[in-house]
Each structure stands twice: as structure tokens, then as C-alpha cells.
Write a protein that binds this ligand. Structure first.
Ligand code: ZN
Length: 296
């Protein structure tokens, strides 16, 4: 079976070989877990491209490749990175052009080279794993920022993490600087800014008791924010399955989330929505990057 290579750049870079829609062998990553996550933040775009191209050449071992899919955080459109708040050096970079040039310098021929958003490839990976390649799959990625992934990939901006979920002008913790954004309530960084005296883990643990009412209030707000953004997506694109992944998917109470959405979505034809938590894994993204590349 022809081989493809998937690459996902997020807090680290993950690579893997994919045959069809299945990962073959292990995922390798750079930098290794726990060793200098800031390395990527300091790496200029051309160096990042070289490193990825070197690794693709090594993985290909001189064999022909069916497709190469590479995913980055931010707004990725028409092969270019328009915006990347978490890897600022990538803003405005014509990534597909640079990647194709670097691959051709290394004699790695491949027609299908595709750049995607890092949350979109998780949605594509879930679609492939669950046999939903003919359906709409949406995924919330709950981490430092909030990502919204969508399969099938469609042209557009899709910055779902920055959906406005409150008109309260005091809601100002979003990494982009915008007021009232989903990420400003749910993002890990935003939670640390809101509760300067405790970590998000403590906030969620204390919310279960009666001593810290502000924690319980916040946990309800956190779920209502995700419900509001999901309701907006349902009202725009219709009902269906929403997956939730990323580091902070561990904080989600699906029952509470469902009750919150029920208050917000009332039209009977829009009621068929379901939430499912999916453990964070590099494999989903690596496979999804290839799925998007194969679909062109
Ligand atoms: Zn924002």
C-alpha cells in the first residue's frame, strides 16, 4: 500500500507514517516530552520547515510517497498561515510553497502536499477512526488556547475558540485580546490569569465543595461557555456529534454540558447533538493530516 507522512506542529512536532488511514509504526516527536517546549517558539519559520523536511526525507527512506500532510496552529488557508497566535513567527508564511521547495531540494517527490489547521486534522483523524468520512465531524480542543476542528475541511476561518459567548466587558482574558471570547473563559492560560492564586486543577477540585463558591460559579460558567459556542455552531451548521479533546477535556462534565445546551437550543429539528470525550493523542492528528492531504 502506498505510504504517506503526517506531521502535526503544536506544543511539539509529531511525525508518523500512514498507510491508507492507519498509522504504521510509532509516532516520533521533537522536542522530546518535557525537554524545552519553548524551542519551537524560538525557532524561525525557515528552520522549522528545514527540520520538518529533513524528517520527512528520513521517514520516506527513498520510497515514493502518496501524500504529505502538515498541520499548524492558527488560520491556515490556501497553503499559507494567515495567523498563528501561539507560534507568532509563522504569521504570513507561505508554508506550502516553502515546504514544497524544501522537499524538492531533498529529492522527496510528492504531488499531494497539504497544509491544515491542527484542530481540523484531529477532526479528520476522528472521522477516519470512527468511519465517519462521509459526515460532518466537529471537535473542541481544550488546551492553553481553544481550538475548533472541522471535517471535512472547508474554506473559511473557523476560529471557534474566539466565538463571543458573553457581553460582559470584564471578560478580557483571551490570548487574542478580544473581550467575551470562549477562550477567555475556557483556555488554560486564561484560567490561570483569572485565578491568580490557584491552578485550574484546584479550581475544579474545590468547585465540588461548598467553601469556595466562586469556584463552583466559575465551573458552571466554563460549561455554559462551551455550551454557548456549541449552540452557535448548531444554529449555523446544524446538529450532530461534537468531540471534545485536549488536555482540559478532563474537566468536562458531559451531563452538565448537555443540560446547558438544552437551555440554549430549543428548535426540535436541531436537537440531535451528542458530545463525546476523546483522549488527546498525536496519532489522531497525524492520521488526520494525511486524510486531508489525500482528499486534496
Ligand atoms: Zn480571542
Amino acid at each position: 500500500m502506498p505510504r504517506s507522512i503526517g506531521v502535526v506542529v503544536s506544543e511539539h512536532i509529531a511525525w508518523g507514517i500512514v498507510e491508507g488511514h492507519t498509522l504504521v509504526g510509532a509516532i516520533s516527536s521533537y522536542p522530546l516530552e518535557g525537554s524545552g517546549a519553548d524551542l519551537l517558539h524560538a525557532m524561525p519559520a525557515d528552520e522549522l520547515v528545514k527540520r520538518i523536511a529533513d524528517e520527512i526525507k528520513a521517514l520516506a527512506e527513498g520510497q515514493p510517497l502518496d501524500a504529505i500532510g502538515v498541520a499548524f496552529p492558527g488560520i491556515v488557508r490556501n497553503g499559507g498561515i494567515e495567523e498563528s497566535p501561539n507560534l507568532n513567527q509563522l504569521k504570513g508564511v507561505p508554508m506550502e510553497l516553502m515546504m514544497r521547495a524544501a522537499l524538492s531540494e531533498r529529492n522527496v517527490p510528492c504531488e499531494r502536499v497539504c497544509m491544515s489547521n491542527d484542530a481540523d486534522v484531529v477532526a479528520a483523524g476522528i472521522a477516519a477512526r470512527h468511519g465517519k468520512l462521509d459526515q460532518l465531524v466537529r471537535v473542541w480542543m481544550l488546551g492553553n488556547g481553544i481550538g475548533f476542528g472541522r471535517y471535512p475541511a472547508a474554506d473559511g476561518v473557523w476560529e471557534g475558540g474566539h466565538i463571543v459567548v458573553t457581553l460582559d466587558p470584564n471578560e478580557k482574558f483571551c490570548g487574542c485580546g478580544g473581550r467575551g471570547h470562549l477562550e477567555g473563559i475556557m483556555g488554560h492560560r486564561a484560567m490561570r490569569l483569572r485565578f491568580l492564586d490557584m491552578e485550574p486543577e484546584e479550581v475544579f477540585a474545590l468547585a465540588k465543595g461548598a467553601e469556595e463558591p466562586r469556584c463552583a460559579e466559575f465551573v458552571l460558567l466554563w460549561h455554559r461557555a462551551l455550551a454557548a459556542a456549541t449552540s452557535s455552531s448548531i444554529h449555523m451548521s446544524g446538529p450532530g456529534k461534537f468531540y471534545i479533546s485536549g488536555l482540559n477535556a478532563r474537566f468536562v462534565n458531559v451531563g452538565l454540558l448537555n443540560r446547558c445546551v438544552q437551555e440554549m437550543v430549543k428548535m426540535s429539528s436541531l436537537q440531535g447533538y451528542v458530545f463525546e470525550i476523546v483522549p488527546k493523542s498525536d496519532e489522531l492528528g497525524v492520521v488526520g493530516a494525511v486524510v486531508n492531504a489525500l482528499r486534496g
